[in-house]
Design a protein around this ligand. Structure first.
Ligand code: ZN
Length: 348
């Protein structure tokens, strides 16, 4: 948006152009400025919709959609994680600290082997009632957060303790580093792989029912949620909060840690969300989210309209929701809580 404005006013200041030509360019720039925010008036495609993407979702049958998902997952692993899906090493868990709350819930701080030269730090919270095998949620934080803040409900991350109250085990790794460890990887690749290793760990814990796993997160956590759920079908229910957007919008001033070579040539975020179909998915966006480089509702609606075709292929549209709430950049949960319970309760 800022670029449009700069171009528009830059051209207006160029007095060497004939008056009529300048006016024409000015109106063209104004039309470009308004087009993204006026989809109902302007029928032309937005820059994101028009941009060629080698792996854009276009499948019309379940068989074709599954094949496309396999190709897209392979491409994402290759682009994000050094050329291919990494080997899952023994986790070698080490519990650093255990805290028991007065009500009987437990928080363990632990480290896990993520890659041969990388250990991740995560927090696992277990509810007081562990008489039956527990469903579990990988719950992820945003910029400036930590896994500890999620399980303790600090800052914006009230959803960690809320999930524990509802009877879920919650695991939350630190995914906020902006220091890339492996030069042939990407930041989102290292974050997502650490998160996927937490799912591996949940599957080893005797208290947890590894068939009943879900993922949710806010902001960077909503973004990582998208990648985790797209890449790992063990996750049965998904809530990506404060994230549904387009690559074009993310270029308007947001921290660039989302970007990596090859992403936009192959996929937009809506395509990555299409890898989650037909599993239940809630995307939350607040009316008070702010552009540019933020997560405005019209951009979210545009991206959502490109996820719907994947759910239509499976006739699973009832499992896909865009929850637009009155707040800002916050997690809400109102549509996700019932979707989470219904989905995990039905797992046989
Ligand atoms: Zn960042």
């Amino acid at each position: 948006m800022k670029n449009y404005l700069r171009n528009y006013f830059g051209l207006r200041r160029n007095r060497s152009l004939p008056e009529g030509f300048r006016a024409g360019i000015g109106w063209l720039a104004l039309a470009l400025l308004l087009a993204p925010s006026m989809p109902s008036i302007m029928s032309a495609q937005s820059p994101d919709q028009a941009r060629p993407r080698a792996l854009r979702f276009e499948a019309a049958s379940v068989e074709a959609a599954r094949k496309w998902q396999d190709q897209s997952r392979e491409k994402l692993f290759a682009l994000m994680m050094g050329g291919q899906k990494p080997a899952a090493l023994p986790l070698a868990p080490e519990v650093v600290k255990t805290e028991t709350a007065p009500g009987g819930s437990v928080i363990e701080e632990l480290t896990l082997q993520s890659l041969p030269d990388r250990r991740l730090r995560a927090w696992l919270a277990l509810p007081a009632d562990r008489s039956r095998k527990l469903p579990a949620v990988l719950a992820l934080h945003g910029h400036g957060g930590t896994g500890s803040m999620v399980v303790k409900g600090e800052s914006l991350y009230w959803y960690g303790p809320r999930l524990v109250e509802m009877g879920y085990a919650v695991i939350s790794p630190n995914i906020g580093s902006h220091n890339l460890q492996h030069t042939n990887w990407t930041l989102m690749g290292e974050r997502t792989w650490d998160a996927l290793r937490c799912l591996d760990y949940l599957a080893t814990r005797p208290e947890i029912d590894a068939r009943r796993l879900a993922v949710c997160g806010l902001s960077l956590g909503g973004e990582t949620t998208m990648y985790v759920a797209a890449l790992d079908e063990r996750v049965k229910a998904v809530c990506s909060s404060g994230w549904l957007t387009t690559i074009g919008n993310m270029k308007q001033g947001h921290c660039p840690c989302w970007n990596f070579p090859g992403l936009e040539q192959n996929l937009d975020f809506a395509d990555i969300f299409c890898c989650i179909a037909p599993r239940p998915l809630v995307c939350e966006i607040g009316e008070l989210e702010r552009a540019p480089g933020g997560f405005p509702v019209p951009i979210a609606r545009q991206a959502f309209s490109e996820i719907q075709p994947a759910y239509r292929v499976w006739k699973a549209e009832s499992g896909l929701a865009l929850d637009i709430h009155a707040g800002g950049h916050v997690f809400v949960g109102r549509q996700f809580w019932p979707a989470l319970k219904n989905t995990l309760d039905q797992v046989k």
